[in-house]
Ligand binder design. Structure first.
Ligand code: PLP
Length: 362
């Protein structure tokens, strides 16, 4: 099948084949990666190689630390404030959908510890069902950082230009767009992303944090402390070894198949353009995100009729296009076209949509 899931999502065949080859015996060490001690030389090799590949592909400056953590993107909603709060003990969030809303809710939850307002909403597109990215908003006074969700997996919107934070630190959730095109890591204080969309499988969250923001603070519970994880090179406790291994393979595939994120970004743009061009000209389907803010990774669309949406989802499924149903909170359809989705698969999806459209129009 062609799997358009928003995550966990389709993996490159190269990665699946490699896992199969190495399943019983990783590089002739007589064990599978799943059975290996995280302290072994073999695993040390895996985690070091993975970090090196990520640093090279994303051009991560030396003054940034890469952490391999657990707890999903969702744990970052708490780890970020408890580690990054400075003198204000307050952060601002741009509310662009369900995931920034959850991040704001977790920030707000900390009020009982700090005894004052910990979260302000700098801007929001909620009034228009999160169909666009707010621009030209003021940066609130007295905040320690501005938080954004750079690509909104559910609503299919993406920042094309980062907000001008006027010197305030920028923290960004790149869960559904990391590695989809180049980013300038130095623009951010902290980037985080779950691996299960563009970097591999569930169980692993990557945090890229500017080193001067990693501060020792013994009041922070060890598992929530960037200092503890950084100090122990992501080995404070048992890391998600297999997920790290799979991420290494995904990065190896990107290197071999595309070479750079510039090249990969070009292909992702071509893939997305193909689908958006069709949606813009279709008489049955239409995209729901504002044109200037359209995501390259998640493409939500509707027919405008719930029954017809359901009919299309069923029609597509019978033809081998799966997980095309929109998120339960918004309905309609959504095609997630992450790095592992080939251009030809998007062409096939467009053909399937055309065929359905023809049937509807008669
Ligand atoms: N942020 C974004 C943009 C997401 O799409 C998701 C999940 O899909 C999350 C955060 C939450 O990630 P997790 O389920 O790994 O906690």
């Amino acid at each position: 099948v062609l799997n358009f899931s928003a995550g966990p999502s389709q993996l490159p065949e190269y990665v699946l084949e490699k896992i199969k080859d190495q399943m019983m015996d990783y590089e002739k060490c007589g064990q599978s990666v799943m059975e290996m001690s995280h302290r072994s030389q073999e695993f040390k090799g895996i985690i070091e190689k993975t970090e090196k590949r990520l640093r090279k592909l994303m051009n991560i400056p030396d003054n940034y630390k890469v952490l391999f953590l657990q707890g999903g993107g969702s744990l970052q909603f708490t780890m970020i404030p408890v580690n990054l709060f400075g003198e204000n003990k307050k952060a601002a969030v741009v509310n662009t959908g369900a995931w920034s809303k959850k991040a704001a809710a977790e920030l707000k939850r900390l009020e009982w510890i700090y005894g004052h307002e910990t979260c302000v909403i700098a801007a929001s597109s909620e009034e228009d069902n999160f169909s666009y990215i707010p621009k030209d908003f003021d940066i609130p006074e007295g905040i320690d950082y501005l938080y954004i969700c750079e690509n909104n997996t559910i609503y299919g919107t993406k920042y094309k230009k980062l907000p001008d934070t006027k010197g305030v630190k920028l923290v960004a959730d790149l869960s559904s767009c990391i590695l989809s095109e180049p980013v300038n890591v130095s623009d951010y204080a902290l980037i985080f992303a779950g691996a299960q969309k563009n970097m591999g499988i569930a169980g692993l969250t990557v945090v890229i944090i500017r080193e001067d923001l990693i501060k020792k603070d013994d009041r922070i519970p060890a598992m929530l402390s960037y200092y503890v994880h950084a100090d122990k090179e992501s080995m404070y406790n048992t890391p998600p070894t297999f997920s790290i291994y799979v991420m290494g393979l995904v990065l190896e595939w990107i290197e071999k198949e595309f070479g750079t994120l510039e090249k990969l970004g070009e292909i992702n743009r071509k893939k997305a353009d193909l689908l958006y061009d069709y949606l813009d000209n279709s008489k049955v389907f239409k995209g729901t995100a504002a044109k200037e803010d359209r995501s390259l990774m998640n493409v939500p669309f509707v027919t405008g009729d719930k029954n017809l949406d359901a009919e299309f989802i069923d029609f597509a499924k019978k033809k081998g296009f799966v997980n095309i149903k929109g998120h339960r909170s918004v309905g309609g359809m959504r095609a997630s076209i992450y790095n592992a989705m080939p251009y030809e698969a998007v062409e096939k999806l467009v053909e399937c949509m055309k065929e359905f459209e023809k049937g509807v129009l008669g």
